[in-house]
Design a protein around this ligand. Structure first.
Ligand code: SF4
Length: 457
């Protein structure tokens, strides 16, 4: 098991799989994709041996189609809806999608940049309408792409050194490499999208963006602060955010910290699994995944859980962490736990874990990683006085409008940690509504928005 990104399918495997597709009328798989990638369209094209048409069909609908193919929990989305499962097994949509996008890089086929490069002059009076995107994660990238299609002059302001957001900084390399993200987003610049990295937008900056002529702002800064078990810093205890970020930015240092250690990862979602597998890859002696609910209740794909089990992660289900015990040097020595059992259903529709009295015990560990949720950074809460927050998230209406004029928002900052496909959908919806606002405004008289789509095959 290496730290390199796990290999995807090649194009011939994808073609063979596409032959299993039933070419459904009104295909349910397309309805199962939150990002609107419409898998039935590219699978049909591939089945007809139209490879470039299939690639174009993906990228036209989803600028991050390759990333989604690689990391989306497809068994819970498009593949869950696939009719072929009634006869045999679902079509491996994610595998096909990733294979097509990777094949496009192999053959040097970049459908968007080539097309938009040639069409720049026809994209309306681009310099006249400017929209600012705050945050270069999946929601921001998706919104920028959808606006650029209509000739809007888009600038992405990203506080980190590179765009990609959580995809780049919080997903370990064995699942998604930086090189993959670079290739996937390489067409943005050639579409005229300006990207300003290492640029954090603060409260006064938003106001000055409007003064500089931006007519709307889309806020998608993400959630970069981990929820913590205890309100104290303990040597040897990391939030999943800090751990994964450091692993991507300072891999050698983190490898030394993890190598040969006993690690407890707290949480039951995909992030917890990512942390656990990354620890094993970097030579941890034992990795315990500690979750207060049952195996079946974990919020991650079943095959990923089984995969982690096979790789050697020890699953400690129905165990609730209650605190830490430190050694004489103030370093983590043990995680305090108590056993749980499942009681009545809670709001999530799952049976809630209930602590079993007198079942306390201690697990000896060297490191603990808390993957128990994300929350908003304090400075984001002050980004604009008119933006309303509820439960630490930005309140938006169905149109993705915040309570401040001409400021839209989407991604995790509006609904808590979600899927990359949901963030892409948010970006698309916000772009659609920003365009509607622009059309309604006085700009409408001065500028004709040109809708341009890549040539269809
Ligand atoms: S639901 Fe499955 S079988 Fe039907 S079109 Fe989609 S991928 Fe093909």
């Amino acid at each position: 098991m290496g730290e390199d990104m796990e290999k995807g399918w090649d194009i011939s495997q994808a073609m063979i799989e596409s032959n299993r597709c039933l070419l459904c009328y009104d295909p349910p798989c397309s309805k199962g994709c939150p990002a609107g990638t419409e898998p039935a369209i590219f699978i049909r094209k591939l089945r007809m041996k139209n490879i470039t048409g299939a690639i174009r069909a993906i990228k036209e609908r989803n600028i991050l189609g390759g990333v989604c193919g690689a990391i989306c929990p497809t068994s819970l989305l498009c593949e869950k809806e696939c009719v072929a499962a009634n006869f045999d097994r679902p079509i491996r949509i994610g595998k096909i999608q990733r294979a097509l996008v990777e094949h496009s890089w192999k053959i040097g086929f970049y459908p968007l940049s080539k097309y938009y490069e040639n069409k720049k002059d026809n994209l309306g009076k681009k310099d006249k309408i400017k929209v600012a995107i705050v945050g270069g994660g999946p929601a921001g990238i998706s919104c920028a792409y959808e606006l650029a299609k209509f000739g809007i002059s888009v600038t992405i302001f990203e506080e980190h050194e590179k765009i990609g957001g959580a995809l780049r900084y919080l997903i370990p390399s064995h699942r998604l490499s930086n090189d993959f993200i670079e290739r996937e987003t390489s067409e943005l610049a050639s579409m005229g999208i300006e990207i300003k990295c290492s640029k954090k937008i603060k409260r006064d900056d938003l106001k000055s963006l409007f003064e500089k002529g931006y007519v709307a702002v889309f806020l998608a800064p993400g959630l970069w602060k981990g929820v913590r078990l205890e309100n104290r810093a303990v040597k040897g205890v990391y939030s999943a955010h800090d751990f994964l970020y450091s692993l991507k930015e300072k891999p050698q240092k983190m490898k030394k910290i993890v190598y040969g250690k006993k690690v407890g990862v707290i949480g039951g979602g995909a992030v917890a699994l990512d942390c656990a597998e990354a620890c094993l890859i970097h030579g941890a002696k034992d990795v315990y995944l500690i979750y207060r609910r049952s195996f079946g209740q974990m919020l991650s794909e079943e095959n990923e859980r089984i995969c982690a089990l096979r790789k050697g992660v020890h699953f400690l289900m129905l165990n609730q962490p209650t605190g830490y015990l430190l050694d004489e040097n103030g370093k983590l020595a043990k995680i305090k736990l108590c056993r749980t059992e499942l009681g009545k259903e809670d709001k999530s529709g799952r049976r809630a874990p209930v602590e079993v009295k007198g079942s306390d015990w201690e697990l000896e560990v060297d490191l603990a990683i808390e993957a128990i949720g994300s929350q908003v950074d304090d400075d984001v809460k002050e980004i604009h006085p008119d933006i309303k927050f509820e439960k630490n998230l930005i309140v938006v209406n169905k149109r993705k409008e915040t309570s401040a004029n001409s400021i839209f928002a989407g991604g995790d900052i509006t609904r808590g940690p979600g899927l990359v496909a949901e963030a892409i959908r948010d970006g698309k919806e916000a772009a659609r509504n920003i365009l509607e606002e622009i059309k309604k405004s006085e700009c409408e008289e001065k500028v004709v928005l040109a809708s341009v789509s890549p040539r269809r095959c």
